[in-house]
Design a protein around this ligand. Structure first.
Ligand code: NAD
Length: 401
């Protein structure tokens, strides 16, 4: 598998986990390691990012620690020679990202926010993230589309408008739709496996251009997942039809539907916002997974596993000041074990699969047991919680036992 190292507290914690949990039991000599710290990216003129993306496409199973896309201030602080783009964006593009799947993590015996799983499918491409924009003044704005093959089609005026304010910002973006069928299959299959009710979330009532996303999702559902063929898909509750939910209604339901047991598929930006809300209802971003699914040119899926939180800079600064910290590693270890299990499945060797699942199963159970027995981190159990280092040692001892 590919292991991508990042920065700050999340990197430090994963170094402890690799040293104390993984390396004593697992032969990592065939893993490919890439260092995506800003320093390493700067020193290699970002070749390391290109190599990591190529390795991910080749191998198909990736674990990634959180990374930093440096601000101007961070560039100066770290002495970087030039601006560095988002590694996450490069991966979504490089691996033909279809969806970012974000799910609640459930610790048996503990109730966090949602009782049953909540699954999210966030379209990994398009929307505001890739927008082109300019600050403009009074005038006229014309947006024109030129077909790739001008012999077959004529230019189309997408929009023409008059800008009346002295200060305006104009923005152009697109929502690619070619991979929405793939997203739909991933989503419905995951809903089937987890036995949860699927919803498609858009603001298509007002944002008319979002109709296409909903239609593709509904067509795939009607053709392949509707009642009969998939008796377990929990659509009976919703009259057997795929339900659409307006995004503002979804923000309210996420707070009300604390029984869980639902899945939502949505556009890129809505997914960004709504999954943060799910993280809050479910206690912490530490209890949410974040997996990018992409597609190689030969059709094989690429799966990248990460936690949904960032580098946890505040705890890192506390650690550097010599203070105690209590970093919750659950999101990252669930991701690491997910990547290990997936890599083992790709290896097509029953012995590797069996031994890897034995390790990841034990280690996962040990982390859950630590939280259940009150040996959790402070975000979970309050001031009595263990420090970052003690948590790693304590759960490690349980797993070894
Ligand atoms: P963050 O998720 O690192 O932290 C937000 C807050 O939640 C902090 O107070 C932090 O202490 C707490 N927190 C988050 N996860 C925790 C955990 N596992 N255990 C205990 N406490 C936890 O977000 P941020 O501070 O906004 O970002 C820090 C850096 O991370 C930024 O440079 C940002 O760009 C980067 N980032 C990277 C990714 C990624 O690579 N996928 C995602 C988000 C943010």
């Amino acid at each position: 598998m590919v292991y991508i190292a990042g920065e700050e507290m999340s990197r430090y914690t994963m170094e402890l986990i690799m040293k104390k949990w993984v390396e004593p039991s697992i032969d990592t000599s065939k893993w490919e390691f890439y260092d995506l710290s800003c320093k390493a990216r700067d020193e290699t003129n970002d070749q390391v990012l290109k190599d990591a993306v190529a390795a991910g496409a080749r191998i198909g199973s990736i674990f990634k620690e959180p990374t930093i896309t440096p601000t101007k201030e961070q560039m100066a602080e770290m002495g970087l020679s030039k601006a560095l783009g988002s590694p996450n964006g490069a991966m979504r593009r490089g691996w033909n990202g279809i969806t970012i799947s974000r799910d609640t993590i459930h610790i048996p015996g503990i109730e966090l926010g949602f009782k049953r799983p909540v699954l999210f499918e966030r379209h990994a491409v398009g929307g505001e993230y890739g927008a082109g924009w300019k600050k403009v003044s009074k005038g006229r704005l014309l947006t024109t589309f030129f077909p790739e093959n001008m012999d077959e089609g004529k230019p189309i005026i997408v929009d023409g408008r008059e800008l009346k304010d002295d200060r305006s910002v104009c923005v152009v973006y697109d929502n690619p739709l070619d991979n929405v069928e793939d997203l739909a299959h991933i989503f419905f299959q995951r809903c089937l496996e987890a036995n949860v009710v699927p919803y498609v979330v858009t603001k298509k009532t007002v944002f008319k251009w979002q109709e296409g996303f909903w239609q593709i999702m509904r067509d795939v559902f009607n053709a392949e997942y509707k009642a009969g063929a998939t008796p377990r898909l929990e659509v009976e509750k919703t009259g057997g039809e795929l339900q659409h939910l307006i995004s503002d209604a979804a923000t309210m339901q996420i707070i009300r539907w604390t029984d869980g047991g639902f899945g939502m598929a949505c556009h890129n930006y809505d997914g960004d916002m709504l999954t943060d809300e799910v993280a809050q209802v479910h206690r912490s971003p530490g209890f949410i997974t974040s997996n990018l699914i992409g597609k190689r040119e030969d059709g094989a899926l690429i799966k990248e596993f990460e936690a949904s939180h960032g580098t946890v800079a505040d705890l890192w600064h506390a650690h550097l000041r010599g203070e105690e910290t209590s970093m919750n590693p659950l999101g990252m270890v669930v991701a690491l074990f997910g990547a290990m299990d997936h890599a083992a499945a790709l290896a097509n060797d029953p012995k590797i699969l069996e031994q890897t699942s034995k390790f990841t199963g034990c280690a996962r159970a040990a982390v859950y047991a630590a939280f259940r027995d009150g040996r959790g981190t402070r975000d979970m159990v309050g001031p009595k919680g263990l420090t970052t280092e003690k948590f790693v040692d304590s759960a490690g001892r349980t797993a070894a036992g």
